[in-house]
Every structure is written in structure tokens, then in C-alpha cells.
Design a protein around this ligand. Structure first.
Ligand code: NDP
Length: 253
């Protein structure tokens, strides 16, 4: 029996990258996992197929975040999927993973880019958590994917890093709010993680990026997924309101 048998989970942005690895990992531990995406339906279907091939349970949920009505649309599908499979809309584990990067020089960030980053990376997780309060049982888990960029400077990502700073505040304050219900709320901060983007096919770029970690490699998605799975488990019941560095020692450089 897995550590999450009988639990349900939503992993936003799990059609690829860290979210996909997390969904697969949570399903391996026995959770029924809602795999979310906005447009990457083939990717979400592939994550579901991979989970089912391993004997796990999963279903796909599509809803664009960062737009009006996003949370309502997501929960409509989520609750339908959960009720069909479990008879209830209980959601034990919420992983706020979906996010967009910035990669724009500080002087070039436009108000529109700034608003989009905040809408997807900060506003959506806030309102997803607010909505999930109806579904989360006592003892539930909330895991917010932050970034090592909240701890060290990269001017090209200033607006993006600001959104992740907001995520850490979401973690801190909600951890106190939900403590009386034994719900833990934590942030996980990845460093550079190979999410399958084209840059990770370039050996020179990868070698350059590997220098940030004391382990002299870039992160793999499962490096982060394993940390999320730990926080989702009973083993992590005494950890809340924390920021777990999952950057391969990037901050030590
Ligand atoms: P990817 O770009 O590989 O995947 C992003 C996922 O989020 C996709 O499933 C995508 O689905 C979904 N998504 C993006 N925008 C939206 C939206 N507007 N509405 C709904 N879903 C959306 O991301 P990573 O795996 O690289 O990153 C995952 C998380 O980890 C992010 O929060 C990121 O900020 C964080 N992180 C990543 C690092 C890295 O080096 N990879 C480092 C530090 C933090 P779709 O295409 O369908 O929209």
C-alpha cells in the first residue's frame, strides 16, 4: 500500500515538466490524481495514460488559469471527476504548480506581461486555495511551487520572482490559518530543472546551468516531485509554513 492510498490530489500544470513528474509520483503512492493543464490536452492525456499504465488512478482536467472564471471552470471539472470516482468531492492534496516564466530584462517588462505573470503564478493559486477550502478535509495538504529565485537575484526574472515571493506569503499566512484543521501548507523552491524545454537539448547551455548546483547538474523533474510527495505524506505532518529548498544546493554557491 502506498503512502497516499485513498487520498485525492490536484496537480495544476501537470501536462509536462515538474507537474507531470509530481502527478506520476503521487499516483505511485496510491493517490487518485487530477492532471490539469490549459491547452496541452495531449500532454495531460499522456500523463494520465502513463499513470494508468503503472496501475494508478487519474483523470484530466482542462482550464486556463489567469483568466476570468478560471477557478470556477477548474473546480466544475475537478468535482465532477472526483465524484464519479470516489462519490465525494473531497480533495486531500492541492499542488499549486502551474506557472509561467518571465525572462525579460527589468527595463523591458510591460504592464501586460507583469499582470499575466501575477494572474497565473500568484492570483490563481490564491483563489484555487480559497476555493479548495470547501474540499480539503482536516489533515489535508497544500504544496505551492515557488522558486529558488526568491532567494537569489536574477534581474531577467525580477517580475517572475516577485510572483513567487507572493507564493511564499500565501504559504506562510495560510499555514497559520489552516493549522487548527491540521492542514499543512508549504512551499517548494526548485532550482534550474530540466522540464523538457528546448534549451535542455543544448549541452553547452546545460553545462552552464549545471554550475549553479553544488551537485554540478541541472535538476530532474523527479528531484522536485519526490520532495512534493514527501510533503504530501503523513511523514511531513509536523512541517508547515516552510520553504523547502529543492535546488540542488544552488543557494550554497
Ligand atoms: P512547464 O512550462 O514545463 O509546464 C507548465 C505547466 O503549467 C504546463 O502543464 C502548462 O499547461 C501549465 N500552465 C502554464 N500556464 C498555464 C495557465 N495559464 N493555465 C493553466 N495551466 C497553465 O513548467 P515547469 O515544470 O518548468 O515549472 C513548474 C513550476 O515550477 C512552475 O510554477 C515554475 O515557475 C516552477 N519552477 C520551475 C523551474 C524550472 O527550472 N523548470 C525552476 C523554479 C521553479 P498548458 O501548456 O496546457 O498551459
Amino acid at each position: 500500500m502506498g503512502k497516499l492510498t485513498g487520498r485525492t490530489a490536484l496537480v495544476t500544470g501537470s501536462s509536462r515538466g515538474i507537474g507531470r513528474a509530481t502527478a506520476i509520483r503521487l499516483a505511485r503512492e496510491g493517490a487518485l490524481v487530477a492532471v490539469h493543464c490549459s491547452r496541452d490536452i495531449p500532454g495531460a492525456d499522456d500523463t494520465v495514460a502513463t499513470i494508468e499504465k503503472e496501475g494508478g488512478r487519474s483523470f484530466a482536467v482542462a482550464a486556463e488559469l489567469g483568466v476570468s472564471g478560471d477557478v470556477h471552470a477548474l473546480f466544475l471539472e475537478l468535482e465532477r471527476g472526483l465524484k464519479e470516482r470516489t462519490g465525494t468531492a473531497t480533495l486531500d492534496i492541492l499542488v499549486n504548480n502551474a506557472g509561467v516564466m518571465g525572462g525579460v530584462a527589468p527595463e523591458d517588462v510591460t504592464p501586460e506581461q507583469f499582470d499575466h505573470l501575477f494572474a497565473v503564478n500568484a492570483k490563481a493559486p490564491f483563489f484555487l486555495l480559497q476555493r479548495a477550502l470547501r474540499n480539503l478535509p482536516d489533515g489535508g495538504r497544500v504544496i505551492n511551487i515557488s522558486s529558488g529565485l526568491t532567494r537569489f537575484a536574477n534581474p531577467q526574472e525580477v517580475a517572475y520572482a516577485m510572483t513567487k515571493g507572493a507564493i511564499d506569503q500565501l504559504t506562510l499566512h495560510y499555514a497559520k490559518y489552516l493549522g487548527p484543521r491540521n492542514i499543512t501548507v508549504n512551499s517548494v523552491g526548485p532550482g534550474i530543472t530540466d522540464n523538457g524545454a528546448p534549451v535542455f537539448d543544448n549541452p553547452e547551455a546545460v553545462a552552464e546551468m549545471a554550475r549553479y548546483s553544488v551537485f554540478e547538474r541541472v535538476g530532474e523533474t523527479k528531484d522536485v516531485a519526490d520532495v512534493v510527495a514527501f510533503l504530501a505524506s503523513d511523514d511531513a505532518r509536523w512541517i508547515t509554513g516552510s520553504y523547502l529548498d529543492a535546488s540542488g544546493g544552488t543557494l550554497l554557491r
